[in-house]
Design a protein around this ligand. Structure first.
Ligand SMILES: Cc1cc2nc3c(=O)[nH]c(=O)nc-3n(C[C@H](O)[C@H](O)[C@H](O)COP(=O)(O)OP(=O)(O)OC[C@H]3O[C@@H](n4cnc5c(N)ncnc54)[C@H](O)[C@@H]3O)c2cc1C
Length: 333
């Protein structure tokens, strides 16, 4: 959901949504996992935020451009205690990400964020004491990492579980940092599991499922769940929690929609093409019927009639071209 829509929605329910916007300078970048890069930006004096939240980032002078635009949502990987604002993105060859990679130190980007977290925003409730359980898939670990590190740094008296599913260990941002946190904080339990081929991984494999949850946590019914990942993963985890009889009110989720929106856009494009072909075929059939009816009405079915002969030749040529397009052109290459 974009920020404007969220503002209108919550505005209607009497919650005043304010937005902060500032331009900030790029500091540095570093590779944190296969295809995942960390980007550091200056933190303006006085700017504060809650761990787990996300911003809308707009490139002000992008080196590359495409129709997907210059803006993306991205979650804080940093905590409010950190000096810099840190974001981690799974890289692909879109103009936005190529431009992000090409940023020079000091170059500005625009950051926009809704200030008062809307009801059920993806953030920890400091007053809560029931276990917080994070179910993260791939790059979806970013807000979980920010929230868990923030909570442990501030010594929140609460138990934290992170079920972290990744394709391989090398694809998993912050895996080592999280293992280190778990080793030093008894209140934090990390359960990483790899779903792909990974010869170097000796730990748990497979997807996050019911037995994995119940063998780790004795009572799921009181916990608050935070799910983050691609939309399919979020849907699967919501369904899993439903089968475990976890009340929906105890489940918060954040869908990293962009990757899937692009997929949706491709599906949308295919649908549009199918509708276009259908309309074109229907129009062609209607035109042929109308022409046939017209010729019959004139009683002009006579090859000696030049008008009919030319018309018939044109129709025959059109049929040949269509047959070639349907059966011939598709088999070239
Ligand atoms: C709350 C939230 C937090 C997120 N946090 C992170 C994070 O921490 N790290 C991270 O890597 N990602 C995060 N994402 C996802 C991120 O915003 C990007 O969508 C994602 O990284 C994919 O970006 P991409 O450049 O690879 O492009 P794509 O997935 O190819 O495209 C993404 C953008 O392009 C637009 N788009 C797609 N197809 C078209 C088209 N045909 N025409 C016009 N526009 C199009 C989409 O609407 C979207 O804005 C988050 C998303 C959300 C909603």
């Amino acid at each position: 959901m974009d920020h404007e829509r969220m503002r209108r929605l919550h505005g209607r329910h009497g919650v005043k949504m304010e937005r902060v916007s500032f331009d900030t300078g790029f500091v540095s970048k570093a590779l944190v996992a296969n295809d995942s890069w960390e980007f550091r930006f200056e933190r303006p004096a006085g700017f504060t935020y809650r761990a787990g939240r996300h911003v809308r980032m707009t490139l002000l002078k992008p080196r590359f451009r495409d129709r997907k635009g210059v803006t993306r949502f991205v979650s804080f990987a940093s905590t409010p205690q950190d000096r810099d604002l840190v974001f981690v993105m799974r890289m692909r060859q879109t103009a936005f990400k190529r431009s992000l990679m090409a940023l020079a130190p000091g170059q500005k980007v625009r950051i926009e964020m809704l200030v008062n977290a809307p009801h059920r925003a993806f953030a920890l409730d400091d007053a809560a004491c029931e276990p917080a359980v994070f179910l993260a898939g791939g790059i979806g670990v970013v807000p979980a990492y920010s929230m868990i590190r923030d909570a442990l740094e501030r010594g929140l008296p609460r138990k934290f579980y992170l079920f972290y599913s990744s394709r391989t260990a090398a694809d998993a941002p912050f895996l080592e940092e999280l293992q280190d946190l778990a080793a030093h904080h008894p209140s934090f339990v990390l359960v990483p599991t790899m779903t792909g081929e990974d010869a170097s991984w000796t730990g748990r494999t497979g997807r996050i499922d019911g037995p994995l949850l119940t063998e780790t946590i004795s009572d799921l019914s009181t916990a608050t769940f935070y799910i983050a990942g691609l939309p399919d993963m979020v849907a699967d985890m919501r369904a899993l929690l439903e089968t475990q009889k976890v009340p929906a009110a105890q489940v918060l989720s954040e869908e990293f929609g962009g990757f899937a929106v692009a997929h949706g856009a491709r599906q949308g494009g295919a649908r549009l093409a199918a509708v276009g072909i259908f309309v074109a075929v229907a129009a062609a059939v209607a035109l042929h019927l109308a022409a046939g009816a017209y010729v019959l009405r004139l009683g002009a079915i006579d090859l000696r009639n030049p008008a009919f002969a030319i018309g018939a030749a044109v129709v025959l040529a059109a049929i040949c071209v269509k047959l070639w397009l349907v059966f011939g052109a598709g088999h070239r290459k």
